[in-house]
Design a protein around this ligand. Structure first.
Ligand code: SAM
Length: 260
């Protein structure tokens, strides 16, 4: 049906920005953490700068790390159009933060805060990788510094959807040619590998289809909390949404602030 390798969700930064143009529910929350940190911030998986740029505009010195050249090319384009005073607040590196050599530059270390936003944690292939990233961030952080992240929690109802059924029909304007794109979503759950597969299809007027395939490694809340303590952090806040609602019963999202 789809090929995860071919359908890289981060293979075209313009398509990513088209998909998430209206997604800003997390912006004020991350901006509040970054500003309160009163020092340089590192963003893991900064992508096209959806959060990086608003944070820089609010006066935060921010360094982004991302392994996708296409996402970073889009960030570079966006920065080009900003005044130097804002542009100078941002630096970024194309690197895989799972690798030891991915280290922020000296002028942002120690970091006052590390952000790991918008479900990027699900791209870690397993608990060891999540713990390794958290440990690495712990080495970069200033005493008392914070790490903020958000991710999904397993949603059995969502995983029971028919994989062949199409959901969430929407239309977009194609960023490459201004034509109309019809879009829908399909998904399935791989219990053995604990992967939630989500495929977005975008069909142009001429019938051409492009796909974006997310294979999200899911973790239970208890596993996530164990990874936090194993990596030397402690949880100072955990909520279920960006309005700050307490976790309560069966949360579907984990938004956490960690401290050293
Ligand atoms: C959901 S996007 C979030 C982008 C941006 N932070 C935002 O909020 O729009 C996840 C990003 O993490 C990046 N990413 C995932 N795993 C990574 C890794 N191991 N090293 C570097 N970047 C990674 C992807 O390339 C992608 O740009």
């Amino acid at each position: 049906m789809v090929s995860p390798e071919r359908d890289d969700p981060y293979g075209d930064g313009r398509m990513y920005d088209m998909e998430y143009a209206d997604h800003d529910e997390d912006r004020a929350w991350y901006a509040a953490i970054a500003r309160a940190a009163r020092g340089p911030v590192v963003e893991l998986g900064c992508g096209t700068g959806r959060l990086t740029i608003p944070l820089a505009l609010s006066g935060v010195r921010i360094h982004g790390i991302d392994r996708s050249g296409s996402m970073l090319a889009r960030l570079a384009d966006r920065l080009e159009r900003l005044p130097p005073i804002v542009r100078d607040q941002v630096s970024f590196a194309e690197a895989d933060y799972l690798l030891p050599e991915a280290v922020p530059p000296a002028d942002v270390l120690p970091a006052a805060a590390v952000l790991w936003p918008f479900n990027a944690l699900h791209h870690c292939p397993g608990p060891e990788a999540v713990t390794a990233v958290l440990r690495k961030a712990a080495e970069w952080i200033a005493p008392g510094g914070r790490l903020a992240l958000d991710c999904y929690l397993p949603d059995r109802e969502l995983y029971s959807r028919d994989p062949d059924q199409r959901y969430e029909f929407r239309t977009f304007v194609d960023p490459s040619d201004g034509g109309m794109l019809e879009s829908w979503e399909q998904g399935w759950w791989d219990e053995e590998r604990r992967l939630h597969h989500v495929v977005y299809t975008y069909r142009s007027g001429d019938g051409r289809e492009r796909r974006s395939h997310l294979a999200l490694r899911m973790y239970e809340l208890g596993e996530l909390r164990a990874m936090v303590s194993d990596s030397g952090w402690r949880i100072v806040r955990e909520v279920r949404d960006f309005d700050g609602t307490p976790l309560g019963h069966r949360p579907l999202k984990w938004i956490a602030v960690l401290e050293r």
